[in-house]
Design a protein around this ligand. Sequence first.
Ligand SMILES: Nc1nc2c(ncn2[C@@H]2O[C@H](COP(=O)(O)OP(=O)(O)OP(=O)(O)O)[C@@H](O)[C@H]2O)c(=O)[nH]1
Ligand SMILES: [Mg+2]
Length: 344
Amino acid sequence: MATTKNILNLTRTSFVHEKTINWFPGHMAKGIKQMQDQLRSVDLVVETRDARIPLSSINPQLEQIVGNKSRLVVYNKVDLAPPEIEQAVRREMTKRNQRVVFTDANAANSIKRIMNVAVDIAKSDMVKYPELSVMVVGMPNVGKSSIINALRRVGVGRGKAASTGAKPGVTRAMSSKIKVLESPPIYLVDTPGVMMPHIPDPITAIKVALTGGIKDNIADESILADYLLFRLNRFPLVEYHKVLGIKEPTDDIGELIEHLSKKIGALRQGGEVDVDKTLHYFLRSYRSGVFGRLCLDDLDEESVDAFFKNSVLNRPLSKNQDKKAKRAAQRQRSLEKAKSKNLI
Ligand SMILES: Nc1nc2c(ncn2[C@@H]2O[C@H](COP(=O)(O)OP(=O)(O)OP(=O)(O)O)[C@@H](O)[C@H]2O)c(=O)[nH]1
Ligand SMILES: [Mg+2]
């Protein structure tokens, strides 16, 4: 019988997937335009990322928009990531002279870390900042609106001002000013999560989709599940099979789906496996954190250096790449339009 230990000898050593996922609906393009228009009146940008994918949740396009504006990078959802990421991320952010805080939007104490940075800036020059204007930006579903609601709760004891939801693309337009502190006066604006028009690396796209940044029906859920299984097998202490109630680990997604569907009763009439339902269950389990606190990006110094060296952050898109990205985004928009009109 394969145990978690010896299955490591049987698992794939690499995951090859060549098709990337593009998701850039119209509201994102509009959102970017609104951000650019508003940026001049903003004192601080809170750039929110996902602690489970500290590198893959960096959107180079946002980096370009934010430019030299005063910025605080917030790694949210730390409750779902292993605590060790903090040290590695801090190391890299220090190298890049970038302020960073780690938050769980459901924990008031960690949310206060953002407030403290904003208060310090506001107090540093009360004439320059009669009220501090903060814009919260980031990829979809990283928790921007949740952070705003939490800051408001902590700062002025008031209820929800921004809609939140488990699926990406909940906030579709920039909000008006939301007061989160009376004195010194601090206001936030919420923005729609934005993806890159074109994600060059297919594995990065899979990681973003797995953590909920891209709509599941746009990504191929069977590929997401297969990559998840590949990664789970490579975290040696993760006993996902026990959590799922199946006998032993496997590196074959078909086999996993077959066992799991029986376990959770996801069967159609006649006993046929309900693949979609089982895939959803597997992905939902991962996202809820039941397999443990896992980071999908490699954060050793060598990998991080390679990421930044190869990253589009370092090189603006060539004319050709830019055209390609715009065409991909246009195709995506037409597809969504056709879908919404039930044409396909
Ligand atoms: N576990 C955990 N869940 C979080 C955290 N922050 C937000 N969430 C959940 O993540 C999901 C997305 O949160 P939102 O605040 O809507 O994310 P957003 O970035 O505003 O998303 P868009 O508006 O779609 O761009 C929701 O289900 C939240 O409850 C966190 O720190 N930890
Ligand atoms: Mg939102």
